[in-house]
Write a protein of this length. Structure first.
Lengths: 557, 131
């Protein structure tokens, strides 16, 4: 952190203070709207060397050099652009396979899979709790059979695939590995990311199955297994995105995400793993919200904190263990249902912040997503937004082009300071899991979210089209409709799989999975065996529910 | 004291998006109402049971998962079956306009979309719940 003694501190008033008193204060400020960031970080009207202290080598350094404030790679976008990775999934594997191929044809460079709610919660499509939810917010995947359809005609040796799945991440990773095997791609050559970040589920996204302790064991099992069997896979994507969507501030997103990251590192080290054996494959996922400089500062602070702690606290020696590489998604929560075309502009600005913050991959939301899953037209515009930033704006030509901005560096330092403050509070509570069990982060987020909403309702924050510049009559938007028949189709698919498979092999695989869950051997092998026998994801989760129980939250508001 | 409006805020189905539900719950509480928040992942049966047990004047259903056309009608049906069809039902979330219209036709008192000010919801409930 930049906290060196300012040699000029004894001077009575700095030039900046004099400027403020004599010139700035001579004109009244606008009244009504707040000048703080949308997260509530106060902003001075001007930053200069008088109120920003920086040690260039220590605080910024060079791209690809510790502490990586300016970027994780020496050449950044001059070497390779970020991966344009649009999140997609709806209906059954067939519909999503079509959308994947559409995106690849239009120049997308990586795949990203959205799963439906039943899949996220570990229920098969024909489970009573899945009623009405199958294929609605993502694709329904029940067994290896669906995964085969999802990637039909897509050579897994040539794409990298991201899967937004957490509680049942191990099962979906196993299905993916099995499809690789069937395509004759060695699983060690498969590339991609599985989200697997269960801690932020308890904190924010709330799609959980098991209690935190066994969930953490499953995460560590995956990290351990991937480091051996699938070394090109990122087994965890430590996610702030959902924390922010739940209404947190930028500082909370930063702090809770990194705290979760350190909790996974602690858990792996406790398992006996060497930090340099797994840390290079940990990756991150952040939100890109509308407060432009605050977001850029957040990414820069994240890189610096991670690098510093990984080297100093965890003793990582491999420089790759110090790198915080991240995916970004523009803020779904910033999209408005009112005058939805305006969302194109919001998303473009958010995407620009992500790029100026040095993201490794990016999803841009579609303008119609405050109302429904996006149409093809809307998704294409979202992808084009990234392409315009990459090829037309010139922002990719110089690395960290805003580095050295007094305002940005001050904000980076401030977010870093707030994050360390949160780390201390979480440690005092006994660590991340204990803090979750006490609802600490959940309460902090609910407070922040209510504060922001109140500011909007008092008119201290303006949301265009919502509390100012409203339109009386808005023309209806053409929305993507998920055919309700897809639910029945998917229920039928899973029934056909159940009827067709070798039931003795299924029983045996499930018994083996339970035995392993009761003990402490790595669960990935039994999950791989079960996947090959077409045991469904829901059946595997049920077996583990029997052994581990389920998580229940005491909600706070 | 008499006249305090009792509202159950409910999250049906598997949807985990609870930012809106919590904001509404708190805004209604701040406006002097008695608020019971069910927490996440509730079945229609659980929600109706809570509404009946708590003798609620209104149930606010928050849903962003796209499953509103199956879950909300089921809640209305169960309220009727339990003789609780005098309970006012309002829905909030990502509900396309024609779905909102259909839900109102089936008995939902009103649907509040993204961006609706909490004060509108407070005013609506104060107006609609008989004192």
């Amino acid at each position: 952190m930049a906290t060196t003694e300012d040699p000029r501190a004894e001077r009575q008033a700095t030039s900046t203070e004099r400027w403020k008193e004599e010139l700035y204060d001579a004109t009244p400020e606008r009244q009504g709207e707040l000048f703080s960031t949308m997260s509530g970080v106060e902003n001075e009207p001007l930053y200069t060397p008088d109120n920003v202290q920086l040690d260039y080598e220590r605080d910024l350094g060079y791209p690809g050099v510790h502490p990586f404030t300016r970027g994780v790679y020496p050449s950044m976008y001059r070497g390779r652009l970020w991966t344009m990775r649009q999140f997609a999934g709806f209906g059954t594997a067939e519909e999503t396979n079509e959308r994947f191929r559409y995106l690849l044809e239009h120049g997308q460079t990586g795949l990203s899979t959205a799963f439906d709610m039943p899949t996220l919660m570990g229920y098969d499509s024909d489970h009573p709790r899945s009623f009405g939810e199958v294929g609605r917010e993502g694709v329904a995947i029940d067994s290896l059979d669906d995964m085969e359809t999802l990637f039909d005609g897509i050579p897994l040796g040539e794409v990298s695939t991201s899967m937004t799945i957490n509680a049942p991440a191990a099962m979906l990773l196993a299905f993916y590995a099995c499809v690789g095997e069937e395509q004759d791609v060695p699983i060690a050559a498969l590339r991609g990311t599985v989200q697997t970040d269960i801690l932020k589920e308890y904190i924010a996204q709330k799609e959980w199955i098991f209690p935190p302790q066994p969930s953490m064991r499953l995460v560590v099992d995956m990290i351990e297994w991937c480091s051996r069997e699938m070394p090109l896979m990122h087994p965890v994507s430590i996610s702030g995105y959902h924390i922010r969507e739940a209404g947190s501030t930028a500082a909370q997103e930063l702090a809770f995400t990194l705290a979760d990251g350190f909790a996974y590192v602690d858990a792996c080290v406790a398992r006996g793993m060497d930090v340099d054996d797994f840390a290079p494959r940990l990756s991150f996922f952040f939100n890109a919200h509308l407060d432009f400089f605050e977001e850029i500062a957040k990414y820069r602070a994240a890189r610096r904190i991670w690098a510093t702690r990984m080297r100093e606290r965890y003793g990582a020696r491999n420089p790759r263990s110090w790198l915080l590489r991240f995916h970004t998604q523009t803020a779904g929560v910033s999209l408005t249902a009112q005058q939805p075309e305006v969302n194109l502009i919001r998303t473009a600005i958010e995407a620009l912040a992500a790029v100026l913050g040095g993201t490794q991959s990016l999803h841009t939301n579609s303008f119609d997503e405050a109302l429904a899953l996006p149409t093809e037209h809307a998704v294409r515009l979202a992808l084009r937004t990234q392409q315009v930033i990459a090829h037309e704006t010139g922002v990719v030509n110089t690395i960290d082009p805003l580095g050295g901005s007094y305002h940005l560096e001050r904000l980076t330092n401030e977010l870093e300071r707030q994050a360390y403050e949160y780390f201390e509070r979480i440690e005092k509570l006994g660590g991340v899991v204990a803090a979750i069990e006490e609802n600490f982060m959940q309460r902090e987020i609910a407070e922040a979210s209510y504060r922001y909403q109140s500011e909007v309702e008092r008119g201290e924050r303006i949301v265009v089209g919502v509390n100012r510049y409203e339109l009386e009559d808005e023309p209806p938007l053409e929305l993507l409709r998920i055919d309700p028949a897809l639910e029945r189709k998917q229920m039928e698919r899973v029934r056909v799989v159940r009827a067709r498979r070798d039931s003795a092999a299924v029983e045996q695989a499930l018994a083996e999975l339970k035995r392993s869950a009761e003990g402490d051997t790595n669960l990935m092998e039994p999950i791989m065996l079960a996947s090959r026998a077409y045991v469904t994801m829901g059946e595997m989760c049920d077996a583990l529910r029997d052994v581990w129980g389920v998580w229940r939250e005491t909600p706070v508001f | 004291m008499a006249g305090k409006i009792r509202v159950v805020i409910a999250k049906p189905g598997l949807d985990g998006h609870d930012r809106g539900a919590k904001i509404i719950a708190r805004a209604l509480r701040d406006a002097g109402m008695e608020v019971i928040y069910t927490g996440l992942h509730q079945t229609p049966e659980q929600i109706v049971e809570t509404a009946v047990q708590e003798d609620a004047d209104a149930v606010g259903i928050s849903i962003l998962s796209g499953a509103h056309m199956t879950l909300v009608p089921r809640i209305l049906e169960l309220l009727r079956e339990n003789g609780a069809d005098d309970v006012l039902v309002v829905v909030g979330g990502t509900i396309p306009a024609d779905d909102a219209q259909e839900l109102k036709r089936q008995g939902v008192a009103d649907v509040f979309g993204p961006g609706a000010p909490t004060s509108d919801i407070v005013d609506f409930l104060k107006e609609a719940v008989p004192a």
